[in-house]
Design a binder for this molecule. Sequence first.
Ligand code: PHE
Length: 327
Amino acid sequence: MDNKIDQIKKKIKCFHMKTYDDLETFRIKFLGKKRGIITILFKELKKISIHKRKIYGKIINELKKEVQEKILSFQSKNNIQNEKILKYDPTIPGKSIEIGSIHPLSMIKNRMIDIFLRIGFIYVDGPEIEDDWHNFTALNIPISHPSRDMQDTFFLCKNPEILLRTHTSSVQIRYMKRHHPPFRVLSVGKVYRNETISSRSNFIFHQAEGFYIDKKVSFSDLKQTIHYLITSLFGKAKIRFRPSYFPFTEPSAEVDIYCNSEWLEIMGCGMIDPKVLKNVDIDPEIYSGFAFGVGIERLALMIYQMKDIRIYFDNDIRFLRQFKSEF
Ligand code: PHE
């Protein structure tokens, strides 16, 4: 037995490994389940007396350790983590990566853009950080005007000139200032108001702003456009125009949609006030126009039959995954 053990020790030491195949041969030669040299030694232990079994058991366990250590040191030198030896096979297909989905609010934004491109509108973006003039003053909302209270504002720094836009109507000013009519424009983006968070409102939400300026644009053009938008989004739907007030439109209206046995306000609209046109150097004697601002989250509540607006900002993957099939 002693002789045998010495020979095995030598065999372990002298076994040279260069490749992963060598390593596998080494492992099978000594530790293979059926014919491994050390496995057989363990089997032979059962045949000798208890006294000798203890002594040789210890020795054979040490041999096993030597084999295992040799395997480990080869693996760590060659950077293999598993006990099983992996061979590179370029024919095996790569692992597929889970692809995300488009956020439901972005889907509605994309749908709105499609709907308006079809009737000659162009799409523009505007900045979320605005100045007082574009967000308020040029839209006929002077400093002391009570409607500034309607839109509790987040000011940036201590400078009340710079703020997070409270609505997308500021894009009207930016675009009208730089372009000559006629034009039809759509813009979609985030707006911010210091509002109490509830199931129906949030301090951050999205609006789509549309405006159209040309000679002889009338209120009936506005109504037609809103009808077109609502039927494109919902198919048949009951809507109503309610007289309202905005400092930048005259006359002004709010549009409600009938949903789950109640009226839900979804947008403000109206004919652009002549004072606003003058502020951007457009002659109100020649041109007239309409504008509207729609809350995207409100539309989303109806389209996806949700009750709580906050779900769109929770980033709950279980909610977002449900929209995978839509695109
Ligand atoms: N800016 C208004 C709001 O945020 C909506 C609006 C847009 C109203 C355009 C009239 C015309 O409530």
